[in-house]
Design a protein around this ligand. Structure first.
Ligand code: FAD
Length: 303
């Protein structure tokens, strides 16, 4: 059996594995796809001390760092069930069962997509999901934010300080964001909010985004807005469906952790975008992976 078994090969999982291995613990990493969301990222400019890198390059560096230690990497394997008796037992999609004294859950999350024509084609070419990451790329330009919940209105306020103009498109008749955020957005002067708007297509010139098409759900009329960027903010979904009933999840499906990364199940820790940590970023995921791993080490020396 492992001392520490990590589920997830993104920045949180890789960091947890390095910290565990450096304690001399028997460490394994299970990943459906090593690298996680970082593998889908083009430019990264906020990984502190590295002024610019690209997703695939950072994934290679993560893997090289983990492989520097005696870590058992099981890539292209999916965990489907977690249970605990004396040890933690993890069932895989291929039927195998892995046993470990402690477990670190770092299965990450995925952005909900609009599923309209042009979205995939222009992903990273104007279609973005992270305002903290890509906002500065649209300095002085016109952008749209899709979604009028808290994350959408927060994104609009954030972007309004950088870009020329922000249009928020909300599907429902009312914004779901907190009143204080809506008030702030309305006071900013360069944010236009359109409700009852159904996005129908991302348009572009073949290389990059040049606009968005939407239908006014009240009148049925179709409209086109010219812009350079589209931030999709309709939800970040944690990859925790398989953990329901095994560890305590928040109403949004995030794994509830304490300050040591401990979940509701003793010996099971969690880190990164799949947890209740409020901000989802690479540098934060790595920090929380290290934190959970030290939490697991602390647990092991007491049991
Ligand atoms: P993830 O990176 O999501 O990794 C999860 C890992 O778990 C993967 O290996 C996955 O295959 C695995 N996994 C999931 N479920 C299972 C299972 N059941 N069994 C086995 N393995 C499983 N952040 C920044 O700081 N800067 C940026 O510039 C930036 N740009 C971004 C651009 C895009 C397009 C996206 C999508 C995200 C971006 N982010 C950026 C956010 C950043 O990528 C995430 O915050 C970070 O990757 C979270 O790390 P994580 O390890 O928690 O999860």
């Amino acid at each position: 059996p492992f001392d520490v078994l990590v589920v997830g090969g993104g920045p949180a999982g890789a960091s947890a594995a390095v910290y565990a291995a450096r304690k001399g613990l028997r460490t394994g990493v299970l990943a459906e796809r090593f690298g996680g969301q970082v593998a889908d990222t083009v430019g990264i400019e906020n990984f502190i001390s590295v002024q610019y890198t690209e997703g695939p390059k950072l994934v290679n560096a993560l893997e090289a760092h983990v492989r520097q230690y005696d870590v058992d990497i099981m890539n292209n394997q999916r965990a489907t069930k977690l249970s605990k008796s004396e040890q933690v037992e993890l069932e895989l999609a291929n039927g195998a069962v892995l046993k470990s004294k402690t477990l670190i859950l770092a299965p990450g999350a995925r952005w909900r997509e609009m599923n309209v024509p042009g979205e995939q084609e222009y992903r990273g070419k104007g279609v973005a999901y992270c305002p903290h990451c890509d906002g500065p790329l649209f300095k002085g330009k016109r952008v749209a934010v899709i979604g009028g919940g808290n994350s959408g209105i927060e994104a609009a306020i954030d972007l309004a300080g950088i870009v020329e103009h922000v249009t928020v498109l909300e599907f429902a008749a009312e914004l779901r964001a907190d009143a204080v955020l809506v008030k702030k957005a309305n006071s900013m002067g360069n944010i236009t909010i359109i409700t009852e708007a159904q996005t129908t297509e991302v348009t572009g010139d073949g290389n990059k985004v040049n606009g968005i098409q939407y239908t006014d759900r009240k009148s049925g009329d179709s409209h086109h807005i010219e812009l350079a960027g589209i931030f999709v903010q309709i939800g970040l979904v944690p990859n925790t469906e398989w953990l329901r009933g095994a560890v305590e999840l928040s109403p949004r499906g995030e794994i509830i952790v304490d300050e040591r990364g401990q979940t509701s199940l003793p010996g099971v820790f969690a880190a990164g975008d799949a947890t209740t940590v409020p901000y989802k970023q690479i540098v934060i995921a790595m920090g929380s992976g290290a934190n959970a791993s030290l939490g697991a080490f602390d647990y092991l020396i007491r049991h």
